[in-house]
Design a binder for this molecule. Structure first.
Ligand SMILES: Nc1ncnc2c1ncn2[C@@H]1O[C@H](COP(=O)(O)OP(=O)(O)OP(=O)(O)O)[C@@H](O)[C@H]1O
Ligand SMILES: [Mg+2]
Length: 292
């Protein structure tokens, strides 16, 4: 049985299948009407799209700012993946926990491009729970730090069954907030750079330097300070929202790409960060599909 774990994030789509792992920017664009352009094109319902890195630099880009667009264009991302990896028997994917209402329409949209495939749609965070299940105790807070959102799932195991007791989403608390914190403390000499778009700043934040008059200017110290502040802000937000649950829980799991920018010690002693945390969700979806 061929299973796909598909995690469509607002920043990147992560894909896990038998011995395969890949990610690409969650971006699409209408394909240019240029027979010489060497781009992989996805055709759906009479429309041609380019996906991922190729779409990033297109002038005909379609943004995926909310769950509504994500649900609408999910078939394009799926077809892009099946174009590379072939068709699947089972596809497990997810939506933010507060978006249950979109589940039927997402399922229907996906089925429209893969009629022989069985789809399962889980609340995001549950993928991570599957991924780390055999490495954690029976009570856990899962924190998924994405580019835009942070999802927290509080779950408890009783007689082999995991139950979610609380699920919350913080919009705008993902890595973008850390990047904004760095923007805020950049010195006067980098004034020109402060005004760049969020995505340009993110690139520089990830690289750790900017080019100024042909010279590399290191951002390490600003980045470190932003990360420290970010960890504190996020920690306080989680404590405030989860109240007693946070203190009572034995274990915290931090995943999503934002886990790279967090010092786990800031979150207490019982913190577990899975390896390649940005793939944790997709790995868990895959594992879930394999077990059924
Ligand atoms: N391998 C990596 N090394 C360093 N940073 C990374 C890595 N992977 C991801 N990140 C950072 O983590 C951020 C969040 O990545 P992730 O893929 O978890 O977000 P997402 O799932 O697309 O977003 P959201 O959950 O908000 O929809 C990225 O914007 C990037 O800055
Ligand atoms: Mg995510």
């Amino acid at each position: 049985m061929k299973v796909l774990g598909l995690d469509i994030g607002f920043g990147h789509t992560k894909v896990v299948s038998d011995g395969v792992k890949m990610k690409f920017p969650t971006m699409i664009a209408y394909a240019p009407n240029d027979p010489y352009a060497e781009l992989d094109v996805v055709n759906i319902a009479g429309m041609s799209y380019v996906v991922g890195r190729d779409a990033r630099f297109s002038q005909f880009g379609i943004e995926i700012p909310t769950v509504a667009e994500l649900v609408k264009y999910a078939p394009v991302f799926l077809r892009y993946v099946t174009g590379i990896l072939g068709e699947f028997d089972v596809v497990v994917t997810g939506l933010p926990p507060n978006c249950k209402a979109y589940v039927p329409v997402l399922k229907q949209n996906l089925e429209s491009v893969a009629s022989g495939t069985q789809f399962e749609i889980l609340p995001q965070g549950v993928g991570i729970l599957y991924d780390v299940m055999d490495k954690i105790s029976d009570e856990v807070i899962i924190v998924d730090i994405g580019y835009n959102t942070v999802d927290c799932v509080v779950a408890k195991e009783h007689q082999g069954v995991w139950k979610k007791s609380q699920v919350v989403t913080f919009e705008g608390f993902g890595v973008m907030k850390c990047v904004e914190l760095m923007r805020d403390i950049l010195p006067q000499s980098l004034e020109f750079f402060r005004n760049r778009s969020a995505s340009r700043l993110l690139d520089a934040f990830e690289r750790g330097y900017v080019m100024l008059d042909g010279e590399k200017v290191a951002l390490d110290s600003f980045k470190a300070e932003a990360q420290r502040k970010y960890g504190e802000i996020l920690m306080a937000k989680i404590k405030q929202e989860l109240k007693g649950d946070y203190r009572a829980m034995a274990q915290v799991v931090i995943a999503g790409g934002g886990a790279y920018y967090i010092d786990p010690k800031q979150f207490g002693s019982g913190v577990y960060v899975p390896q390649e945390p940005e793939f944790s969700q997709a790995r868990g979806y895959y594992k879930c599909g394999k077990e059924e």
